[in-house]
Design a protein around this ligand. Structure first.
Ligand code: FMN
Length: 338
């Protein structure tokens, strides 16, 4: 029995996939958990990093530098592996204390920052000077090239399928990834629609050096969100997401529910006159109610089309092990036999 367990362990270890991304971030498997508002807490980030991927704490969910410092410290208690902090740069009348958040990240020795939203150029010198690797999430080739130009180490290329903000170009990953591969010199991971070993091998075939997942990681035992959220993802099909806020040029892919239907009615009625204030009830401050209280109709929440591929709620360790085993079988059996 013990011998079999040992052999099993060796096999899993052999399923490591060395890519430019695993080398850049010092991780075992080329799998990243993207920042997720009110999901990316220390518990999930540590579970992903402990399983050999790169877990990410979502900076803006913490809000203040003090709270972020505390969350980073909690994560360090749960893992000694590298993990990242996500900084999402949003247009805002009262912006978060980005310099303060960055100072805490640097002081705590966090090795990787995932940036998203606006161009992070203003904050890059401080991060780079501290030796932090920066991966910027982009929904287009032109933004990816810009990220490369300003000195980012890698890009997370987020296709139209993704949960959250897919941008306004609507280019799915089957086109976007090879386009990125044709133009970029820095390594990139595929983001949006990734769920399993098939996604990983497909992404690598299209030129990526790994993959980033959001929605799939929510439906895990380690994600510190209400069970209702996990079950909503398992019960959803690929037909159940909607795009909202298009007319505000702030398009978000969300899981359909009563609040989303109300929101879309308003969008239809007001057309180009729609303002953020008109839909504030459906989008502002709803994440804690959904993610922590499990009130699923409280508002619009990000979810990817990949929900159609999510049928279980495993531990993160089992999920990542299974992804790597499936990738191994695809590469070494299925593809080799053609
Ligand atoms: C519930 C949820 C919240 C998210 N919040 C953020 C966020 O705060 N910042 C960010 O950069 N990306 C955010 N994302 C995007 C993810 O990091 C990731 O890029 C995306 O989920 C990938 O697509 P997938 O869901 O198909 O895997 C969020 C995604 C989800 C599903």
């Amino acid at each position: 029995m013990k011998i079999f367990m040992k052999i099993g362990l060796i096999l899993i270890k052999e399923k490591r996939m060395k890519t430019k991304i695993t080398e850049l971030f010092g991780i075992e498997h080329p799998i990243i958990q993207g920042g997720m508002h009110h999901v990316g807490f220390a518990e999930l980030a540590a579970a992903v990093s402990n399983a050999g991927g790169l877990g990410t704490i979502t900076g803006l969910t913490q809000g203040t530098p003090e709270k972020l410092a505390n969350e980073i410290a909690r994560c360090k208690e749960m893992t000694d592996k590298p993990f990242a902090v996500n900084l999402t740069f949003l247009p805002s009348l009262t912006p978060p204390d980005y310099p303060g958040l960055i100072k805490e990240i640097i002081d705590a020795g966090v090795p990787v920052v995932e940036t998203a939203g606006r161009n992070p150029a203003e904050y890059l010198p401080a991060l780079k000077e501290a030796g932090i690797k920066v991966i910027h999430k982009c929904t287009s080739v032109r933004h990816s090239l810009k990220a490369q130009d300003i000195g980012c180490d890698a890009v997370s290329v987020d296709g139209f399928e993704c949960g959250g903000h897919p941008g306004e170009d609507d280019i799915p990953n089957f086109i976007l990834l090879p386009r990125a591969a044709d133009e970029l010199e820095i390594p990139f991971v595929a983001s949006g629609g990734m769920a399993d070993g098939r996604s990983l091998v497909g992404a690598m075939a299209l030129g990526a050096e790994g993959m980033n997942m959001g929605t799939r990681f929510i439906a895990t035992q380690d994600a510190p969100v209400h069970q209702n959220v996990k079950e909503a993802i398992v019960n959803a099909s690929e037909l159940d997401t909607r795009l909202v806020m298009r007319s505000l040029r702030n398009t978000e892919r969300v899981l359909n529910n009563e609040a989303v239907e109300r929101l879309m009615e308003k969008e239809k009625a007001l057309g180009a006159d729609l303002k953020f204030e008109d839909i504030i009830d459906e989008v502002a401050g709803v994440y804690p109610k959904i993610m922590h209280e499990g009130t699923m109709e409280a508002g619009a929440w990000s979810c990817g089309m990949v929900a159609g591929l999510v049928n279980d709620i495993p531990t993160v360790q089992d999920l990542i092990d299974k992804i790597m085993s499936q990738a191994d079988v695809i590469i070494n059996s299925r593809l080799k036999n053609f």
